[in-house]
Design a binder for this molecule. Sequence first.
Ligand SMILES: Cc1cc2nc3c(=O)[nH]c(=O)nc-3n(C[C@H](O)[C@H](O)[C@H](O)COP(=O)(O)OP(=O)(O)OC[C@H]3O[C@@H](n4cnc5c(N)ncnc54)[C@H](O)[C@@H]3O)c2cc1C
Length: 503
Amino acid sequence: MNIRQTNWNIAKNKCFDITIIGGGINGAAIYKKLSQQGYKVFLVDKGDFSCGTSQASAMMIWGGLLYLKNLDFLSVYNLSKDRDDLIESYGNQIISRYFRYIPNSEWGRNKYFVYLALQFYWLLGKCKRRRPSFQQKFEELSFINKHNGKDSLIYQEGFLKQSDSRFVLDWIVKHQTEESLAINYCSILNATYNNKDKLWSLDLKDNFARGECTIKSKMVLNCAGVWTDEVNKQFRIQSPYKHVFSKGVFIGFERPVSHRIPLIFEMGKNGDTLTFIPWGPVSLWGPTETMEKSIKNGYTVKPDDIDFLLKHASRNLNTSLSNSKIISLRCGLRPLAVKKTFEADCYPLDLSRNHRIVEDLDLPWISIYGGKISGCLSLAHNVAKKISKKVSPSLKGSSPVVNQFPVYTSFPGLQEQVPTVDWCVANEFCCTLEDYLRRRTNIAQWVSREGLGAQAENIEYLRGVSSCLPIFEEKNHEMYLNEYKNLVQRQFDTLVDGVNRLT
Ligand SMILES: Cc1cc2nc3c(=O)[nH]c(=O)nc-3n(C[C@H](O)[C@H](O)[C@H](O)COP(=O)(O)OP(=O)(O)OC[C@H]3O[C@@H](n4cnc5c(N)ncnc54)[C@H](O)[C@@H]3O)c2cc1C
């Protein structure tokens, strides 16, 4: 029996201290913290863990350099502290990495201004990272347009070693016990609070295998990212805050050989920047930052997003990055916390990235607004503090960390080894081809056409992968493969041209 089925069986009719709705970075960080404190925690995600915005970030664990432009020094101070705590405590998942800021005197900031800003940034970070300095000769000059000037400034941030979704997943998977557990592809249909026994009764629906059950919980945390307001509305919870959404898109290209550290370029508008980030065999260019009203549109890359990014790429890079050379697309929606009365008419970067923790006045229900991967430790800490005033942990000690060591295999064209699909199904809640290719491994981001290959050369390999996935209801493995091919056609092929496709 795989871990998902096991957890489903254990969860039935069980009573938890806390139920968390949403397995993105916010939900995962809180889940981990509370489990370690001896709470019985249940985490539920209506899709796969990390299938929302937490799979689409720049993977930077940073102090929020850009927010200096809003004079938001407190946020930068706090984020820098979080960054350093994360690097110190989770060295196996986060590395300290040099970044290179390329000032552009033509349409950006003066290099001495950037220098001073970076020194201030370093001071706000309590001088924990290497002191920023000018560097004139660097390898990446070979693919940067000359008008960017020869000067660059290097400074240090943190960076996720494998990926954002892996980071989230590891924090969930390693804290699975009989008392604290998680289930993906599971929705909450009804939530009713019984004042007599002071417990929520939550009706769950298995979205994958069509089961249903009920659990009890002393408190509920809504960590549904951009869906937080929807979830609150579904269960009639009021809040003085709401989310506005900022869409962010990256495009991935084959990494130039001399591209070794993330580069920051001036956008020349709204004080914003664009980054070129080396990640395995690809370099990510982006992100965009556009206000978006609809969640569906926010998770869909549009031709305009690609045009915008290609236009700016050609201004800064001389490596002829055209549409036909795109290897992967990456798209997410930033949940930004604002007062309920706020009417959005500004550039999203001008809005605060702080998180808000909102306690319902009548019911034991907490909603999380905003938040960043970089700030996940302090968010979890602050939430745990609030909870401790209302609910005590049922268990005496902290729950054990499960350290399992994956079985690895190779994937055509990738140098790095990847965990086998069998392993991911058994131990990591992997249910679909997309779960495996996009979130358990980086195949969908590193190999063209979401892993299919530019000319569908990996189709037989993917057929083998799908034959290891669990089957439910009337589906069969060939259906999984066809569904995935259709998804690639819809989400990638319609936007990216120039390859000779055979599927
Ligand atoms: C382009 C881009 C770049 C970024 N770069 C960085 C960066 O470099 N560093 C950084 O720190 N931050 C970065 N961010 C911000 C960061 O990625 C987000 O703030 C963070 O991932 C949001 O996490 P979350 O847990 O709130 O939401 P999500 O990751 O979206 O998770 C919410 C989860 O809730 C689930 N859910 C929704 N509704 C329900 C329901 N009814 N029942 C059960 N589950 C539900 C969803 O399926 C989802 O898994 C970036 C964001 C973007 C868009």
